[in-house]
Ligand binder design. Structure first.
Ligand code: G3I
Length: 369
């Protein structure tokens, strides 16, 4: 009798265990290996798009380099390939830092995005000046742009797979179209088409991007769309748009982001998120009088950031047919350009890794799908 009771209890226990097993397996998310160890963003996203980070040469050694190699399969030079740093005077190119970044990427099998060939900022003053200190003519400036693009693109031909050819040429002001930079003031809009043509001549295999921020503002989105359409209709080799993705936990909305992806991809070009970070401050939170704790990472910020990252990566996955790259601007909360902008010395926490390079909660929401 006791034997039969025991046997029945064991049988029921087996049944309950089986039910628990089925339930937990069913709930288990695809990428959650229950070890708390990350496999690497590049692994979770291998069926979707390369995942990159922007770097300086100081990030290529020590613990940051280990994280870079484990998590990312693409890198962008945060500053080293920009016109000013790489071409400080007319007959002098400074390759050291850019070469280090390219060598690191090649050694570790990573893709390289080139940033950037033509920009109103971080371009040395000599570019726009003649020998007497006056403004150069349009012909001279276009020749200098051509020389610059041909030299830089040729050096990294076959290594840099995509270039941000022109960066931030459209104005934020609704009443203007083109940014009134020295490029525009001296050459008119023509410099944009020329830059793409020369980059294409220098490396016909490279993917060429127009790159900008605030691409989710409806009026700026429309102006960029019109410019790209005009370039494409004229047969200019533009292959993609870089949505920089300098967003915050308050802006933009998911609808805005999806509208940009849909509108730009309707031109038949690819979309990349090129400079992603999610600030924990609203644009109006520009405090200048500091009180202790002003810039701590609160649980409210953390939760909003988790929600934001979770939503955008879901949208990126859904649009994997048009999105062919997502790059973070910097590696971890240890250092971000946002630590000094727009408020000097205000700590920000915009990335997926904390200052100790550990994955934040938002990271797990990005990879568990
Ligand atoms: O070159 C000097 C260096 O010699 C000096 O030692 C150092 C000391 O502060 O300053 C160096 O220059 C700084 C440079 O970063 C390199 O650290 C500049 O002052 C600083 O303005 C520059 O900031 C960069 C910024 O572009 C310039 O506009 C940021 O690191 C970089 O993250 C940021 O990146 C831009 C993208 O290229 C385009 N989209 C927006 C994005 C954020 O602004």
């Amino acid at each position: 009798m006791r034997y039969y009771i025991l046997k029945n209890v064991l049988r029921q226990m087996r049944f309950v265990l089986l039910l628990i097993l089925i339930a937990t397996t069913g709930c288990k998310k695809k990428n959650d290996d229950n070890t708390g160890q990350s496999k690497g963003l590049k692994v979770y996203y291998s069926d979707f798009f390369p995942v990159g980070a922007s770097v300086g040469s100081s990030n290529l050694t020590g613990d940051e380099s280990i994280l870079l190699i484990k998590e990312f399969n693409s890198i962008t030079a945060e500053n080293a390939m920009k016109p000013g740093p790489i071409h400080p005077s007319e007959n002098n190119y400074y390759w050291t830092d850019a070469d280090k970044i390219v060598d690191f990427a090649v050694a570790n099998g990573m893709k390289i995005r080139g940033h950037t060939l033509c920009w109103h900022s971080q371009t040395a003053a000599w570019m726009f000046l003649d020998a007497t200190g006056g403004t150069v003519t349009k012909d001279v400036l276009l020749q200098r742009l051509k020389d610059h693009i041909k030299t830089v693109v040729s050096r990294y031909k076959g290594k840099v797979y995509a270039w941000d050819v022109v960066n931030e040429a459209i104005d934020d002001d609704n009443s203007k179209i083109y940014r009134e930079s020295s490029w525009y003031n001296i050459c008119g809009e023509e410099y944009i088409a020329k830059a793409f043509q020369w980059a294409h001549e220098a490396d016909p295999d490279a993917l060429l991007f127009y790159n900008d921020y605030n691409t989710e503002s409806a009026s700026k989105r429309d102006k960029i769309y019109n410019m790209l359409k005009k370039l494409l209709d004229a047969g200019i080799p533009v292959h993609g748009i870089g949505l920089q993705g300098h967003w915050s936990i308050y802006w933009p909305s998911e609808t805005d982001i999806l509208s940009s992806i849909s509108k730009f991809s309707s031109l038949g070009i690819k979309v990349q998120i090129t400079e992603l970070d999610v600030s924990v401050y609203s644009s109006s939170a520009n405090f200048s009088v500091r009180t202790p704790g002003d810039d701590t990472f609160t649980s409210d910020m953390e939760q909003k950031q988790i929600n934001f990252y979770k939503a955008i990566f879901r949208d990126f996955r859904t649009n994997k047919n048009v999105i062919n790259g997502v790059t973070f601007w910097n590696i971890s909360d240890r250092h971000s350009w946002l630590d000094n902008f727009p408020v000097a010395n205000r700590k920000n926490y915009p990335l997926l890794f904390d200052k100790d390079l550990k994955p934040k909660k938002a990271y797990w929401e990005v990879v568990n799908f």
